[in-house]
Design a protein. Structure first.
Length: 515
């Protein structure tokens, strides 16, 4: 009798947080047909699954017979994953990223293995890890930075050089064996790692790394980098020092003056004297806001904060620059000696928090501000001082517009002038497809940078995208933008008419550009 796949995974997850617990008989879980039904539901609608793998088959050719043959090959261990078909996709820096397209049976099995690994490892992962995990995303990583990095003085921007290509297979297998006592399951993981890839009809072995594009790769990457997360957790416990900063000399003086004024105020008899003392008290309070209350040079107070998303991480340090340099070197040594990885010298930077550090597309800094606001109790506070500031970089919008090929840059009097341009490649699309394409791209960028403090800077992006679409419509119909707007503008919105036929009746709706 087959066990319900959800109960199987929940049973595994119960022991996930116990690092001393070893999982056995995992391989037998892969004989359960229900695991593949759930796996199919997870991946069938994902983009790219209609692209044939190395075997030339796609998802729409999946059948119960194929699943039964797959399970049979697992039982007698004759299963051998096919080499991935190598393809390339553009990166933001203009380079190309290699992507492996596995055969669909391999995708299905990898998803079943991924679900199993996620169930046994999710509970052991640290709260500082956000990449490729359920309920977590770039936004949760950025939010954690925003909430916990207040007051830090130095950033270490971390980037692991060619991480996915350089994962050491032996280190990964050894790491898996710390939690898994099932030789057949481990052998299956090694088969995935050693499957290789096909490019230009030639087979290439894979001696290191995880297959980029492989469904199981992200969870294997997290298992590998969990060692770094735990190292940073222990490092933080040893680094942090002191409960709170000492009071600065200026604050001590202001506190003394304030106590003297309050003492005089209690003894004052005339209203004129009281009024003068209150003025002195307020002036003292206002002046004290110009200086930090705590001693920022206090060597007895240190803090370290760490957040990771995939192979990118950001560290915030309350301490000196030498502390930041030492931390960077210690991480570099740990990665090299224990994980056979290398920090990218180009991208791993030590930055003062008054300058922006780049993390997941955001520019992050710690603002210095003397702006004050009274609390609920009426106490004057510097509400924005030492808080984290999230910004959209100056070139972010420009790069995205150039990537979409909607921007033409002209130089006039030494200054850049941005002009929207049409996209001839969309001329063969119908009206609704063009509108949806622009809406998706606009919505995507707006949603991603919704946490930024300068969201208003996206107005220019919206304007260029809007007029690029108008020009694309004008080019498609060989007319002018004014004629396009006259035809499609309704109630101030650019809208496309869509007809829905329902039994004997017909209904017309309008879909608009979302800027």
């Amino acid at each position: 009798m087959k066990r319900n796949s959800e109960k199987v995974l929940n049973s595994l997850a119960e022991h996930s947080e116990n690092l001393n617990y070893k999982f056995e008989r995992l391989y037998r879980i892969l004989f359960n047909e229900e695991m593949y039904y759930v796996a199919y539901q997870h991946i069938y609608a994902k983009q790219g699954n209609m692209t044939p793998g190395a075997d030339g088959k796609t998802i729409d050719q999946m059948s119960l017979t194929r699943i039964e043959k797959l399970i049979a090959s697992l039982k007698d261990e004759s299963y051998q994953p096919k080499p991935s078909k190598r393809a390339y996709i553009p990166k933001k820096n203009g380079k190309m990223r290699p992507l492996g397209i596995p055969a669909f049976e391999d995708k299905l099995l990898q998803e079943a293995v991924r679900m199993t690994l996620e169930a046994i490892c999710e509970g052991q992962f640290e709260n500082t890890s956000h990449g490729f995990r359920p309920g977590r995303s770039c936004h949760t990583a950025i939010t954690q930075v925003q909430k916990t990095f207040s007051g830090v003085k130095w950033f270490v921007e971390g980037d692991i050089k060619g991480f996915f290509d350089n994962i050491n297979h032996n280190v990964l297998i050894t790491t898996l064996e710390e939690r898994i006592s099932d030789e057949r399951f481990i052998r299956l993981i090694r088969k995935f790692l050693n499957a290789g890839y096909i490019e230009d009809w030639k087979f290439h072995n894979s001696y290191s790394g995880t297959p980029q594009g492989g469904i199981v790769s992200p969870v294997l990457a997290n298992i590998y980098l969990d060692k770094l997360d735990k190292f940073m957790k222990e490092y933080t416990e040893n680094f942090d020092k002191g409960k709170k900063r000492k009071i600065s000399e200026q604050s001590f003086v202001f506190d003394y003056k304030r106590r003297c004024i309050l003492k005089k105020l209690k003894m004052a008899e005339s209203e004129i004297e009281k009024s003068e003392l209150i003025k002195q008290y307020k002036a003292n309070q206002k002046e004290s806001m110009r200086f930090p209350y705590g001693d920022e040079m206090d060597a007895g107070f240190r803090r370290l904060k760490y957040v990771r998303y995939a192979d990118d991480f950001l560290i915030g340090i309350t301490g000196g620059k030498q502390d930041a340099i030492n931390i960077k070197e210690d991480i570099k040594r740990f990665l090299n000696e224990k994980m056979d990885l290398e920090l990218s010298d180009e991208k791993t930077l030590v930055t003062h928090t008054e300058n922006a550090a780049k993390f997941l597309g955001y520019e992050i800094s710690v603002r210095k501000s003397n702006d004050t606001k009274r609390s609920v109790n009426g106490v004057l506070r510097r509400t924005f001082n030492k808080t984290v500031r999230l910004m959209i970089g100056k070139d972010t919008v420009k790069k995205k517009l150039l990537e979409y090929r909607v921007l033409e840059i002209k130089i006039h009097d030494g200054k850049e002038q941005w002009k929207p341009k049409s996209r001839p490649s969309l001329s063969c699309y119908d009206d609704l497809e063009i509108l949806n394409k622009y809406n998706q791209e606009i919505r995507g960028l707006y949603n991603y940078f919704s946490l930024a403090n300068n969201c208003s800077s996206l107005t220019k992006f919206g304007y260029i995208m809007q007029y690029s679409m108008y020009k694309t419509f004008a080019q498609k119909y060989r007319t002018k933008v004014t004629q396009v707007l006259k035809k499609y503008k309704r109630g101030g919105h650019f809208s496309v008419k869509v007809s829905f036929e329902k039994r004997c009746s017909q209904r017309d709706d309008f879909l608009s550009l979302q800027v």
